[in-house]
Design a protein around this ligand. Structure first.
Ligand code: NDP
Length: 276
């Protein structure tokens, strides 16, 4: 019997760690699977996804820039996907229909609270960025007990859209990027911008970093370098990149597809040893 087919769709996608992560999870259970990285331009995304599932695909991850499109083409949406308006996991239903899930926020919170053993309750949080990833994590941060979430985006309208969607002005509100030097300090700063991936170093004031602050960049590897260097220079107690989040979100996808929960720590440590 041919191995079950899985894939991650993105553009570009050659850098993706999803194939080795899912193969490592599968080995834990003796599962044989094929997991491909499929580079597809936005115009071809929908057709490529439908072709993949029509050919027997059992599950797909979706990454930049297709998460909103993945959400749009699914007939059924999880609560997390509906809140975020985007999806990073697709599963097949009957008759060619698809279900969309979003595991980004759960993965971030699990990485912070379980791998790094930090309690988010009562924290003041600053969320930099208001794109797909920011939408994916904002609710989970609040659910995990973050007291107030200040959303700041280079384009302020997008931050307003996210704050309005949350609809709880006492806990989630926006500020302007130009005012970052004047908005005080935070216990948690989450960089959900794609600046690092684009090779841009954000210019952020040290005053944002509270005593004992956790600074978390959703990106990882070289892309997180300048934000983490800034955080350390500003005196942050913890400066963490998004590799752990990536592994945790992958574990959620694996569980959706296979009904079994893989161990994430050995896979995370292996990727670190390999220089991720
Ligand atoms: P989007 O393209 O949806 O959003 C990009 C965001 O970055 C926007 O808010 C944009 O602001 C902002 N931005 C881009 N360039 C700059 C800049 N030079 N200065 C300030 N802000 C900037 O991307 P995603 O939200 O999907 O992804 C964001 C990051 O999160 C990526 O690095 C991605 O790799 C990472 N990620 C990591 C995951 C993990 O598992 N570790 C999971 C998901 C994402 P504007 O609106 O003004 O354009």
């Amino acid at each position: 019997m041919p191995a079950a087919q899985f894939a991650v769709f993105g553009h570009p996608i050659s850098h993706s760690l999803s194939p080795p992560i899912h193969q490592a999870f599968a080995r834990q259970f003796g599962i044989e699977l094929e997991y491909r990285a499929i580079d597809v331009a936005p115009a071809d995304f929908s057709a490529a996804v439908h072709r993949f599932f029509a050919d027997g695909g059992r599950g797909a991850n979706v990454t930049l820039p297709h998460k909103a499109a993945a959400f749009a083409l699914a007939e059924q949406r999880s609560v997390a996907a509906a809140r975020a308006g985007s999806a990073n996991v697709l599963t097949p239903l009957a008759a060619g229909r698809l279900a969309a899930h979003n595991t980004d926020g759960a993965g971030l919170v699990r990485d912070i609270t379980e791998r790094h053993d930090l309690d988010l309750r009562g924290h003041t949080a600053l969320l930099l960025g208001a794109g797909g990833a920011a939408h994916g994590v904002a609710w989970n941060l609040l659910d995990a007990g973050v007291e107030t979430l200040t959303i700041v985006n280079r384009s302020p309208a997008a931050a307003d859209v996210l704050a309005d969607a949350i609809g709880d002005p006492a806990r989630a509100h926006t500020r302007y990027w130009e005012d970052l030097a004047d908005i005080g300090s935070y216990d948690l700063i989450v960089n959900a911008t794609s600046a690092g991936v684009l090779g841009v170093a954000l210019q952020l004031p040290f005053s944002l970093v509270g005593a004992r602050a956790l600074c978390y960049d959703l990106s990882y590897g070289a892309a997180a370098g300048s934000f983490l260097a800034w955080a350390k220079a500003a005196g942050a107690r913890y400066a963490v990149d998004g590799l752990g989040m990536l592994v945790e979100t992958a574990a959620d996808a694996f569980e959706l597809w296979h009904g079994r929960r893989p161990q994430t720590e050995p896979v995370y440590q292996q990727l670190r040893r390999q220089g991720a």
